[in-house]
Design a binder for this molecule. Sequence first.
Ligand code: HDE
Length: 695
Amino acid sequence: MPAERHPDQGAPKTVSPTGRTEREGLLGGDPRAQAGDHLTTAQGLRLSDTDHSLKAGRRGPSLLEDHHLREKITHFDHERIPERVVHARGAAAHGTFVSYGNAASATKAKFLAEKGQETDVFVRFSTVLGSRGSADTVRDTRGFAVKFYTDEGNFDLVGNNIPVFFIQDAIKFPDIIHAGKPHPDREIPQAQSAHDTFWDFVSLHTEATHHVFWNMSDRGIPRSYRTMEGFGVHTFRLQNADGDTVLAKFHWKPVAGVHSLVWEEAQIAAGVDPDFHRRDLADSIENGAFLEYELGLQLFPDTEDETFEGIDLLDPTKIVPEELAPVQLVGKLTLDRNPTNYFAETEQVAFHLGNLVPGIHVTNDPLLQGRLFSYVDTQLTRLGGPNFPQLPINRPHVPVNDNLRDGFHQTAVHRGIAPYLPNSIDGGGPFTSEDGYVEIPTRVDGPKVRENPASFDDHFSQAALFYHSLTPIEQVHITEAFTFELGKCYEQAIKERELEVLAKIDTGLCEAVAAGLGLPAPKGEPVAHGAISPALSQIPAEPGPITGRIVGVVAGPGADVDGIGKLRKALEGAGAVVRVIAPHGGNLGREIVERTFLTARSIEFDAVVVASGVAETPDAGDIKARILLLEAYRHAKAIGAWGDGATVLAGAGIAPGPGVLLGDAPDKEFVAGLVTALGMHRAWERADAVMASEV
Ligand code: HDE
């Protein structure tokens, strides 16, 4: 039977039903990618049936000659490619980078140096340890990889949301990753560090301590990609048009501020919505709440010893506190377009630290040096050969004129017969350029050794600096994270060894974690950490913007729909998203119910407000609605109610207090209070009381 168009099917779709932000462009249009009206084989043969295999009689065996059956199944059998060995779980978006032009004194890279220069970008965010299908909200480092399609070729800034790394030398990368990945015998646990092999390694290999502290802090569980900082980690060498050089570290500063989940939310989300971050990214773009980050540079004189204020700039386990070297903002990145096809773009994108442009150069950081080898090498297996730069998402937006030829998955039809230089047959070209990339002739000499500089031996002072720069509530979170993670280990010796490490950072922390584990706290002399760096804390002093923040409004039959409409208008005007939650789907007057008590969970919302008129409905005391409110309260989020909505809060046991807003109507004052509370992210003042109570 031919697969006929049903009268209801209408015109064939060329974009996904939800893909409102898609636009034709960067990827070009391959006519084989679902264009046209007729189903064909890969050879373009029109098909009359795709639902039945060719059989010898209705009840007979399938026939080998059924090419359509074999093509369809063979192709399906080979649909998967190996996932990334690390950073397998990712989500991505397209956008634009606009330069402020003030970086010209540091670098001649055109996309940074020229004011107003616009550059297409593709950004892939990721977790490190988990498999492709793992949950987004696990405690882990996040990848923040940016491909700039500049006029001078592709520049990749392959960074993380944590400014330091576990190891100082690339040769240790397989060790740390083997230790962090699931145990080889049972392949558990998935996507997390709370297990013996991870803590075994990091407690023995103490240069990991600084990175471990960032992972155990709130940075290990970001609220969303929009609220995450990014770091290039290594020190790079920049060169301006006059040939002057300077050392630099790259930073991404989220315009929406730096915010995190609390651990309980992260755990709930891993089950309730494993796609939490991925969904947030796609939905935000869909809603027009684009993600924005400013690119910043920390600049240091290019001195012979490559240190700044005593900090070795080649050691990737060290930061330079922003108070010592301010981050100078040099441009803005806006992510405003979702990928059209996950596989073609997010999966096939291939980043490489060695994709550089004139004005940006590498240094001798031994971690960076090893990465220069790894990224191309890994694509050979993952993407099946050397021609992955030809994949649409990897193609530079400038002409490519290399002499690379043939190989697996070659898609170019090269012209000419002299893919070599020099030649006299193809006009002698292609030719090298005067403005081409020239390495900076830095001096290299010394004996061949397998050794680090002595400065790399300091493994603890900056972990202590980080810990002591945080606010008390952030320190509590670190204490709880260590206690949780070590509590998941089976081996007593591993826990004891990590406690020895903690004793070098802070006695109180060590004692609290030891008490949680039921072990004696070892005596140790904490290291000196110097002046603290307030910039390391992510608790805002002032309310930040609320773009993209989500407010849930608990409603139901009888709810003050006009009030909800007013609240929506005011909050959406400030960039937030409002979602009505009711006992059932459908509509409440003009308001569309986007979540029901069954489909809503507190983790999705940055604030929850109860509308007036809900108290009288029979569902007001629904246990699911109460859990929603109580969880939001426990997690120190803004809670609000107007009119008799307050009795629903009271019924759930939520008393007036910090971050609990009550009003007669969703008027200006009520909205202003909510916007401020949202801008502060959490009402941490109530955290102690809430966490300690039975709520
Ligand atoms: Fe990576 N890393 N890495 N890494 N890395 C990969 O490359 C590697 C390191 C980072 O979204 C792999 O294409 C080595 C630091 C991100 O596609 C692989 C070392 C930082 C991504 C690889 C490091 C990163 C990767 C796996 C130690 C932050 C995801 C798949 C010397 C500055 C990119 C791939 C994406 C991916 C190797 C350390 C960031 C195996 C050997 C430090 C964001 O090549």
